[in-house]
Design a protein around this ligand. Structure first.
Ligand SMILES: Cc1cc2nc3c(=O)[nH]c(=O)nc-3n(C[C@H](O)[C@H](O)[C@H](O)COP(=O)(O)OP(=O)(O)OC[C@H]3O[C@@H](n4cnc5c(N)ncnc54)[C@H](O)[C@@H]3O)c2cc1C
Length: 422
């Protein structure tokens, strides 16, 4: 087991999304050494998968790039991708942490020339696009990936295919003997910023996700609209690649329901409104219906709601959709339910349905780690009697990027206070 140099004045940040990156940068720029651990082969978290940000509709990669530049310029931050925490012991001011480093099989010599990928015949489901397309088994995770380096899927290691890729690399950047390793760290405080996972829509059986190709989730919609997505940014029906003319959004898909996800994720209404603008930009004649329980658009985001409501092609219906049925011949989808304002029965057909599914927190939940306090839904809470490990961002509540960044700045300050107290 290797040692990575750290002291009880070092802060560990786990999770390299917007919250983790912010906490790491704020602490490093205040003069503290930080180690950042990210399980994906790249930093940026879920934000890297979004096409645009509400309410300004700007590309998320702009904000990320500024942060990556700040990181590159700051020698106080060391980061590890494909890394996960295995064990935490100790207490505030003196934690011992074991980190597992999974093999990338591609070294720092990689220039991203892509020759290894060109000769690779094996394809895998593209995790970045939720399996809506395939990628080569040796691939760049996405075009803005930081670090900008290829990764080899472990499924081909040990095969002739992997050797062929290695032979094609004239920079000798492929190391097929790379193994998972662990290293130990001594740190003074920990910021847990592991974010969220989309709620598993296949659990809501009556919406047919996984059975009906044209029922997609809100995160899949982000990828469909993205120029680096599975359809190069053109929003097309997954079943037949046709352009869409009539699209439904079902809000609170599984959310605010004791049988699934009992809470509101706070951002899904705004995400659907934002996605309605993606559709209207591409298809001026497309009709959009948003089925909602209550619209949540707080503070300054109310203006965005007002703007979307002014669009005559976007209809909001207060309702509960009870079921979706597919017409097997056409792939069209029949939605049935009740208009909760008028009591009328809803029976409407759409080309495609977007389920606005909620966010599930990736809170600290390791067997060998100090227990941390959580609320009834599993979100991490601040426990005044148990300091030293602090949640940041969406592990504390489902929220937007601006609030995650603010929260992460607060978590960095608390972590700094932890190490300076000792
Ligand atoms: C459909 C949809 C659209 C959205 N659109 C917008 C928008 O337009 N504007 C906006 O402001 N917000 C939007 N959001 C919300 C936004 O995605 C979140 O605010 C943001 O992702 C929070 O960042 P985070 O760093 O807390 O979490 P994440 O983005 O989830 O980052 C967490 C990171 O931790 C890593 N990680 C997880 N577990 C581990 C582990 N065990 N070890 C190491 N690393 C780990 C993950 O790989 C990830 O990189 C949207 C949300 C949804 C659902």
């Amino acid at each position: 087991m290797a040692e990575v140099e750290a002291t009880n004045q070092t802060l560990l940040v786990v999770g390299g999304g917007m919250s983790g990156i912010t906490a790491a940068l704020e602490a490093a720029e205040a003069g503290y050494d930080v180690i950042l651990i990210e399980k994906n082969p790249y930093l940026g978290g879920r934000v890297t998968q979004l096409y645009q940000y509400f309410p300004k509709l700007c590309p998320p990669n702009c904000g990320l790039e500024i942060n990556f530049r700040r990181m590159k310029l700051n020698p106080r931050i060391r980061f590890f991708t494909l890394a996960e925490v295995e064990k935490i012991s100790g207490e505030e001011g003196n934690y011992n942490v074991t980190v597992k480093l999974n093999p990338r099989f591609i070294t720092e010599k990689c220039t991203c020339c892509g020759k290894c990928s060109d000769v690779c015949d094996t394809e895998i489901d593209n995790p970045f696009n939720f399996g809506m397309d395939k990628i080569k088994a040796v691939y760049l995770p996405h075009e803005f990936a930081f670090p900008m380096r290829y990764v080899m899927d472990p499924s081909i290691v040990g095969t002739d295919e992997a050797k062929k890729c290695k032979d094609a690399c004239k920079y000798d950047a492929i190391d097929l003997d790379m193994k998972a390793t662990t290293f130990d760290l001594n740190v003074g405080a920990i910021v847990w910023a592991c974010g969220w996972t989309p709620y598993d829509a296949s659990k809501i059986e009556y919406y047919g996700f996984g059975r009906y190709k044209n029922v997609i989730t809100n995160m899949m919609m982000e990828r469909l609209a993205s120029p680096n997505g599975p359809t190069a940014g053109k929003i097309l029906r997954p079943s037949d690649g046709k352009e869409v003319k009539n699209v439904a959004f079902i809000q609170c898909a599984g959310s605010r329901d004791q049988n699934y996800l009992p809470y509101c994720s706070g951002v899904c209404c705004l995400a659907s409104m934002k996605q309605s603008t993606y559709l209207r930009d591409q298809y001026p004649d497309c009709n959009i219906t948003i089925f909602f329980i209550d619209i949540r658009a707080l503070d300054r985001l109310e203006d965005f709601y007002t703007k979307v409501k002014e669009d005559e092609k976007v209809t909001f219906i207060k309702s509960k959709i009870a079921s979706i049925t597919e017409d097997e011949a056409t792939g069209d989808l029949l939605l049935e339910g009740e208009n909760t304002n008028t009591g009328e029965r809803i029976q409407m057909t759409f080309d495609m349905v977007v389920l606005a599914t909620g966010m599930v927190p990736n809170s600290l939940d390791l067997e060998s780690a100090p227990s941390v306090s959580k609320d009834e839904y599993g979100f991490m809470t601040l426990d005044p009697n148990n300091t030293g490990i602090y949640g940041a961002g969406c592990v504390k509540r489902p929220t937007d990027v601006a609030s995650s960044v603010q929260d992460a700045t607060g978590a960095a300050l608390r972590a700094i206070q932890s190490v300076t107290r000792r």
